[in-house]
Design a protein around this ligand. Structure first.
Ligand SMILES: *[C@@H]1O[C@H](CO)[C@@H](O)[C@H](O)[C@H]1NC(C)=O
Length: 237
């Protein structure tokens, strides 16, 4: 008897004390196939990678509270081992299985039910840029954040990642390329007061003012919203 009652009792508790879920609708508005990937930092993991054809979308159910990031891989091939020229997580499979993006990759970062029970979200170009991205919460009074520009086009030569055809397919961060403290906000530059914009971070900020362009970019890059709403995440908005 107890074994029958207990599971429903636990389910009722979960229902009463949080444990709800929301949806992330992931849209591919790019003119080519992408393989979105996720990495969970808090909460139950969700799918860690899937294929998404051009002009299609898919909906993920995400538990709350949850914290993690989503990005897109493209120029992928599968000859025994699944690899991508852009945004790869080096898992060798479509699923990233907890691995993060190899820079450069534009990241949409979300915390559901974080501080004060609110959602927090941002676009980060701290690890570079690979595709334009838009994050749109559908809750009342919530605003979207986007990096709509194709930063690959204005990418300084020394930061550019080129594909087989020579076209720029990603723009690395100055930290990733030069490994210098002033670009990485480390050492003598490890506080918001000492780590300030550089001519390289400004390349990103100029084209995508809503996105984080370096580790201590100003607070205008973090957005917040009452929790419980769904999100739409669009690549190549
Ligand atoms: C940034 O400044 C450095 C010198 O501090 C210079 O070598 C580099 O070319 C500049 N890059 C851009 C993109 O302006």
């Amino acid at each position: 008897m107890a074994t029958k009652i207990l599971p429903s009792f636990i389910l009722a508790l979960l229902f009463l004390y949080g444990g709800h879920s929301v949806t992330f609708t992931v849209q591919n508005n790019c003119g080519f196939t992408i393989w979105p990937a996720t990495q969970t930092s808090k909460g139950a993991p969700i799918t860690t990678g899937f294929q998404l054809a051009s002009k299609t979308q898919t909906t993920l159910t995400v538990p709350s509270p949850w914290s993690g990031r989503i990005w897109a891989r493209y120029l992928c091939s599968n000859s025994g081992r699944f690899t991508c020229l852009s945004g790869d997580c080096n898992s060798g499979q479509i699923q990233c299985n907890g691995a993060g993006a190899i820079p450069p990759a534009s990241l949409f970062e979300i915390t559901l039910a974080g501080d004060a029970g609110r959602d927090f979200y941002d676009i980060s170009l701290v690890d570079g840029f690979n595709l334009p991205i838009l994050g749109r919460p559908n809750g009342p009074g919530c605003v979207s954040t986007s990096c709509p520009a194709d930063i690959d086009r204005g990418c300084p030569n020394e930061l550019a990642v080129r594909g087989p055809s020579g076209a720029v397919i990603g723009c690395r961060s100055a930290c990733d390329v030069f490994k210098e403290a002033r670009y990485c906000c480390t050492g003598d530059y490890s506080s918001p007061a000492t780590c300030t914009p550089t001519n390289y971070s400004q390349v990103f900020k100029r084209q995508c003012p809503q996105a984080y362009s370096y580790a201590f970019d100003d607070q205008s890059s973090t957005f917040t919203c009452p929790t419980g709403g769904n999100f739409v995440i669009t690549f190549c908005p």
